[in-house]
Design a protein around this ligand. Structure first.
Ligand SMILES: *[C@@H]1O[C@H](CO)[C@@H](O)[C@H](O)[C@H]1NC(C)=O
Ligand SMILES: *[C@H]1O[C@@H](CO)[C@H](O)[C@@H](O)[C@@H]1NC(C)=O
Length: 372
C-alpha cells in the first residue's frame, strides 16, 4: 500500500495552515458566524436591488408592446446583472469572495428556482451554501437553541450562533435574568410570572436587596443605606443624623436616598452644618461672627496695632493682613530702610573713582622710585 494516508493528512494540514494565513477560516466559530452575516448582507442587498430595478422600469401608461418588453425585463439576465452589481461593497473582501465562489447559484435561482423558493436567504444561505441556519437554530446541523427554536432562551436572552452555522446555542440572558434557560431572576429582581416556558422578572424597589414584589414593603432584605422600620418597610437611613458625622471636620453631611455625601464648608467657616457663610459652627481665623454670618476682619483697624515695626503699614486682605514698608522705605533683612536717592549712587561711584585714582598715583610714584 502506498502511504497516501499520512501524505493526505499532511497536505490537508498544509492547506489549512495556508488558509489560516490567507482567510483565517480554520478558526471556526467566529468565521462561521461572520460567513452567515456576509451571506445575509448579500441576500438583503439582492432584495433591495430587486425592488430598485422593479421601480426603475414601471412608468405607467405602457403600451401592450412596452408591457411585453417589461415583463421580459423582469425575468431577464440584464436585470439579474444589474442587481448583482450592487451586492458587495468593493472594499468587502469576504463578500466578494463569497459572491465569486457562488455566482452560478444566483443564475440558477433567478431562472429556475425563484417561483418555487421565493425566499432567497433561505434557499441560498441556509439550504444551498449552508452558511446560515433557520432562526432559533445554530451550528453545523442547525440544532435548536437552548429553550427551543420558537423562543430561544425563552425570549429573555440571546442564543449563541442563532441563525448561523456557528456558536454553541447557549444563552446569554438579558438584564434581570439568569440561568441556563434565562428563566431565573437575578438579585434585585423578583419573579412576576413564571412557568416552565415563560418568565417575567421585574426590578425590586430601590430600597431592596432582594424582594418578592415591587414596593419597599416587599423587601426580603434591605439594601445598604436602608433599614427596616417597625412596619418591616425599608426606609432610608439618615447617615447625617448620627451622633458622629461621617464627614471630615471642614465638611458638612448631606443625606440622600440610600446614601449620603460630604460637601466642603464655606472657607469662612471652621466646621459647618450646611452650605454658605451663615451655616458655620465657628468662624475660621481672620473672620468674625456678625449677626450669624462669618465676615472678614479688618485687622488694620483693630485698637491693638498688628504691624509694629518702624515705617511699617498694615494692609487688610481677605481672611488676613500683610505688613508692608511705607512709601520711601524698602524691606531689607526684615527692616524697613530708606530707599536710596539717585544722587547718592553717583556719590558712591565718585568715592570709588577717587580711591582708584589715588592708588594709581601711588603705584606710579613707587614705580618711579624703583626706576630711579
Ligand atoms: C406560561 O405562561 C405564559 C404567560 O402567562 C402562557 O402564555 C403559557 O401558556 C404558560 N405555559 C404553560 C406551560 O403553562
Ligand atoms: C477687610 O476689612 C473688612 C472690614 O472692614 C472688609 O469687610 C473687607 O472687605 C476687607 N478686605 C479687603 C480685602 O479689603
Amino acid at each position: 500500500m502506498l502511504s497516501t494516508g499520512p501524505e493526505l493528512r499532511l497536505l490537508r494540514l498544509l492547506s489549512c495552515v495556508t488558509f489560516v494565513l490567507l482567510f483565517q477560516v480554520c478558526d471556526g466559530k467566529r468565521d462561521l458566524k461572520s460567513a452567515c452575516t456576509t451571506c445575509q448582507q448579500i441576500t438583503d442587498n439582492f432584495n433591495k436591488g430587486f425592488d430598485r430595478t422593479a421601480k426603475q422600469n414601471f412608468g405607467g401608461g405602457n403600451t401592450a408592446w412596452e408591457e411585453r418588453k417589461l415583463s421580459k425585463y423582469e425575468t431577464s439576465e440584464i436585470r439579474l446583472m444589474e442587481i448583482m452589481e450592487g451586492l458587495c461593497d468593493s472594499s468587502s473582501f469576504e463578500c466578494n469572495r463569497m459572491l465569486e465562489e457562488h455566482e452560478e447559484h444566483f443564475e440558477t435561482w433567478w431562472f429556475k428556482r425563484k417561483t418555487k423558493h421565493p425566499d432567497l436567504h433561505k434557499w441560498f444561505c441556509i439550504d444551498t451554501i449552508k452558511v446560515c441556519c433557520p432562526k432559533g437554530t445554530f451550528g453545523p446541523d442547525c440544532n435548536a437553541c437552548v429553550g427551543g427554536s420558537e423562543r430561544p432562551c425563552h425570549g429573555n436572552g440571546l442564543c449563541d450562533g442563532d441563525g448561523t452555522r456557528g456558536g454553541n446555542g447557549q444563552c446569554s440572558c438579558n438584564h434581570g435574568y439568569k440561568g441556563e434557560f434565562c428563566l431565573d431572576c437575578i438579585d434585585g429582581h423578583f419573579s412576576e410570572v413564571r412557568n416552565d416556558t415563560f418568565s417575567l422578572c421585574t426590578e425590586c424597589h430601590s430600597s431592596c436587596k432582594t424582594c418578592t414584589g415591587a414596593t419597599n414593603q416587599d423587601c426580603d432584605e434591605c439594601k445598604e443605606g436602608w433599614e427596616e422600620d417597625d412596619q418591616e418597610t425599608c426606609v432610608d437611613v439618615n447617615e447625617c443624623s448620627k451622633d458622629t458625622s461621617p464627614c471630615k471636620e471642614d465638611q458638612y453631611c448631606l443625606n440622600t436616598e440610600g446614601s449620603y455625601s460630604c460637601k466642603a464648608c464655606d472657607r469662612v467657616c471652621s466646621g459647618c452644618t450646611g452650605a454658605g457663610p451663615d451655616k458655620c459652627q465657628a468662624c475660621a481665623s481672620g473672620y468674625q461672627d456678625t449677626e450669624g454670618t462669618c465676615t472678614d476682619v479688618d485687622e488694620c483697624s483693630q485698637s491693638e496695632p498688628v504691624c509694629t515695626k518702624e515705617h511699617q503699614e498694615c494692609v487688610n486682605t481677605t481672611g488676613s493682613y500683610v505688613c508692608i514698608c511705607s512709601s520711601g522705605f524698602e524691606e531689607k533683612d526684615g527692616e524697613c530702610i530708606q530707599t536710596q536717592q539717585p544722587g547718592e549712587d553717583y556719590c558712591l561711584f565718585k568715592d570709588w573713582f577717587c580711591s582708584a585714582l589715588a592708588l594709581l598715583i601711588l603705584k606710579t610714584h613707587q614705580g618711579h622710585m624703583f626706576l630711579f
